[in-house]
Write a protein of this length. Structure first.
Lengths: 393, 141
C-alpha cells in the first residue's frame, strides 16, 4: 500500500511539472467560475489508460493565479478505488510523444541531451490545494451540493449534470483554494495532477464537460491520450464525420521507450510491457461538443452509443422485474475487476442484456411447462388404457 | 342523511363552475394565471400570449439546482437588468422576481393597451439570457 501511495504521489508530482511545461493546445477550461472570476482552473491533457479491468484516469488542474477559490466537476464512470496525486512526468511524456521537440541545432549535437523531466459524499481527500470530493447523486442533487459548497454553476450546468447523471451518478468535485496554493508556494502555471483508479468494464473519457460554462462558439482545445491492452474501438472515431472535432494524432503500438518512461513515474508501475497508444486532439466548438468518448477495449469492437452520449440510457426497470442479484459488497482487498463498482460501471445497455434474456426466456419456460403437462397427461391416458386392457383380459 | 344536506355541496359545486366559467369568458381586465417552468435553464413555454389590459399572475417553478430570475418587460427593461447590478428581486416590483433553485414563486404583471413595444420575459443572471433564457410575450388586441 505504501508503495502504491508513493507511486501516486510521484504521478501527481510529475503531472505538476508537466503542467508547467506543456503549453498551447492542451489547455481547456472546465470550470465553474466563482463570481469574482479572478481565478482560473485549467485542465490540460488527460490520460485514460486501461489495464486489467482498471481505468487509470489522470488529469491535471493548473493554477493560473488569483486569490479566490475555484471549483470544477468531472463526471466519472464509477466510484474510484483510489485517488492520489498523479506523477509529474506522465502527461508531459505523453505530450512529448505526440509533439516531439524539434531536433537540436547542429551545434548542440554531441552534447548530452537533458530530458525535461444531496449528493452522497463517497470520499473526501485533499491533494495539494485541491479538496477532492467523490459524489454520488443525480444531476439536481449534485448541482445542489455544488451550490451549497460555494460552486457557482453556469446556466448550462443543470443540463450537463443531468446528461452525465443519466449514465453514471458518480462525480468528482475539485475545489481549489487559491490562497492555500499561494501559501504552499505554488506558482502560476503549476499544476496538480490527479490520478484516479477506477474499476470499469471499459474506459471512458468525458468530453462534453470540457465545454461547461463556455459559449457555443468557444473552441475547446485539449489532448486525450489512451493506453489500452488491445487496439480500442472508439465512438466517435476521431477523424470521421461523427468525430469531426476529434483530430487523430496517434494510433499505434506504444513504443517500448514510451512505456518504460511512463513506468518510471510514480504510480505508473502498473504499465505492462505492451500497450496500444491512441492520441487525439479535441478541437470542437463547445456548442457542438455534445458527446463523450466511448471505448471498447475488449476487442469486440462495440463501443457503447450510450456512453458516447449519442443515445439516452433506458430508464431503470422497475424493481419487481429485476432479477434478484447476489452481489457481494466489495472488500478493499478484492481485485477491482470483481467488485460491485465494476457493475456500476457497466454501460446501461450492457446491464439490460441479462434482463432481456430473462424476459425472452419466459415463453420458453411456458412452452416447457405445456410440454410437461402434455407428457404427463399422455402418460396418464396410456396408463389408463393399459390398465383397462388388463381388466378386460 | 337529509336530502337538504346532500344538495348543499352540489349547489356549491355548480356555483364554483359558474364562477370559473365567468372568469374565463371575461379574461380581459381580469386576472389570468400562467404557469411557467424553468428546466435546464430554459423557460417552458418558450413564448407566451396574453390579452391587452390583462393582469396575469405568473407562477414560476424552477426545477434546476441553480438560481434564476423571471423578469417581464420591454426591451429597455430587459437591457436595464442585463447590465444592472441587482442580484435579487424580492417581488415588490410587478413582473420582477428571483426564482431560487427548486422554488416556486409568483408575480403579477398588468399588460396595458396594445403597443408597438415587444414584451419579453427572461433571466439576467450572468450568462443566462445569452444561454437562451428568454421568450417573447405576444399581447393581442
Amino acid at each position: 500500500m505504501a508503495r502504491r501511495w508513493m507511486a501516486l504521489v510521484a504521478v501527481l508530482g510529475g503531472t505538476l511539472l508537466t503542467m508547467g511545461v506543456v503549453a498551447g493546445p492542451a489547455l481547456a477550461c472546465a470550470g465553474l467560475v466563482t463570481p469574482g472570476g479572478n481565478v482560473r482552473l485549467v485542465r490540460t491533457g488527460t490520460l485514460a489508460a486501461y489495464h486489467a479491468g482498471v481505468e487509470h484516469y489522470i488529469t491535471s488542474f493548473q493554477f493560473e493565479g488569483g486569490g479566490a477559490e475555484f471549483g470544477s466537476i468531472v463526471p466519472l464512470p464509477a466510484i474510484p478505488s483510489n485517488i492520489e496525486r498523479g506523477g509529474d512526468w506522465t502527461l508531459q511524456r505523453l505530450d512529448r510523444e505526440v509533439n516531439p521537440p524539434p531536433p537540436p541545432p547542429p551545434a548542440a549535437e554531441g552534447q548530452p541531451v537533458v530530458e525535461a523531466a444531496a449528493a452522497e459524499e463517497i470520499e473526501n481527500t485533499k491533494i495539494d490545494a485541491l479538496d477532492i470530493t467523490i459524489l454520488k447523486g443525480g444531476g439536481a442533487s449534485v448541482g445542489q451540493w455544488a451550490r451549497d459548497h460555494g460552486f457557482k454553476l453556469t446556466p448550462d450546468a443543470p443540463e450537463v449534470l443531468d446528461f452525465y447523471a443519466e449514465r453514471s451518478p458518480i462525480f468528482m468535485a475539485a475545489r481549489f483554494d487559491a490562497q492555500e496554493a499561494q501559501d504552499r508556494g505554488q506558482q502560476v502555471g503549476d499544476g496538480t495532477p490527479i490520478h484516479l483508479t477506477i474499476p470499469v468494464s471499459n474506459p471512458w473519457v468525458p468530453l462534453r464537460i470540457l465545454g461547461l460554462g463556455d459559449s457555443g462558439d468557444t473552441k475547446i482545445d485539449a489532448n486525450v491520450y489512451l493506453l489500452t491492452d488491445r487496439t480500442p474501438a472508439l465512438l466517435p472515431t476521431p477523424g470521421t464525420p461523427l468525430g469531426f472535432g476529434l483530430i487523430p494524432l496517434r494510433s499505434e503500438q506504444a513504443s517500448t521507450q514510451l512505456l518504460d518512461d511512463l513506468r518510471t513515474d510514480k504510480g505508473m508501475d502498473w504499465v505492462p510491457q505492451s500497450m496500444w497508444f491512441t492520441a487525439f486532439r479535441v478541437a470542437e466548438e463547445a456548442g457542438r461538443l455534445h458527446y463523450d468518448l466511448a471505448v471498447d477495449a475488449s476487442g469486440r469492437g462495440r463501443p457503447s452509443l450510450i456512453w458516447a452520449g449519442l443515445r439516452r440510457p433506458p430508464k431503470p426497470a422497475p424493481p419487481t422485474t429485476v432479477r434478484p442479484t447476489t452481489t457481494v459488497a466489495p472488500a478493499p482487498t478484492v481485485a477491482p475487476t470483481t467488485t460491485a463498482a465494476l457493475e456500476l460501471a457497466l454501460p446501461p445497455d450492457q446491464l439490460i442484456e441479462p434482463q432481456r434474456a430473462a424476459s425472452e426466456s419466459a415463453p420458453v419456460d411456458l412452452g416447457l411447462a405445456v410440454a410437461g403437462v402434455g407428457a404427463l397427461a399422455g402418460a396418464a391416458v396410456a396408463t389408463a388404457v393399459i390398465a383397462r386392457r388388463r381388466l378386460l383380459r | 342523511m337529509r336530502p337538504g344536506l346532500t344538495a348543499v355541496p352540489i349547489v356549491g359545486l355548480l356555483a364554483a363552475i359558474l364562477v370559473s366559467q365567468g372568469c374565463t369568458s371575461t379574461s380581459q381586465a381580469a386576472t389570468d394565471v400562467i404557469n411557467v417552468e424553468i428546466h435546464h435553464s430554459h423557460f417552458f413555454p418558450s413564448k407566451l400570449s396574453v390579452a391587452h389590459d390583462e393582469t396575469v399572475h405568473f407562477v414560476v417553478h424552477n426545477t434546476d439546482p441553480i438560481d434564476h430570475e423571471f423578469i417581464v418587460g420591454d426591451q429597455a427593461t430587459q437591457d436595464r437588468h442585463e447590465h444592472g447590478t441587482e442580484d435579487h428581486h424580492d417581488g415588490s416590483v410587478p413582473g420582477e422576481i428571483s426564482v431560487p433553485a427548486g422554488a416556486v414563486v409568483e408575480t403579477t404583471y398588468h399588460f396595458g393597451p396594445p403597443s408597438q413595444k415587444q414584451i419579453f420575459y427572461g433571466c439576467h443572471l450572468p450568462g443566462h439570457w445569452a444561454y437562451g433564457m428568454h421568450g417573447p410575450i405576444r399581447v393581442s388586441s
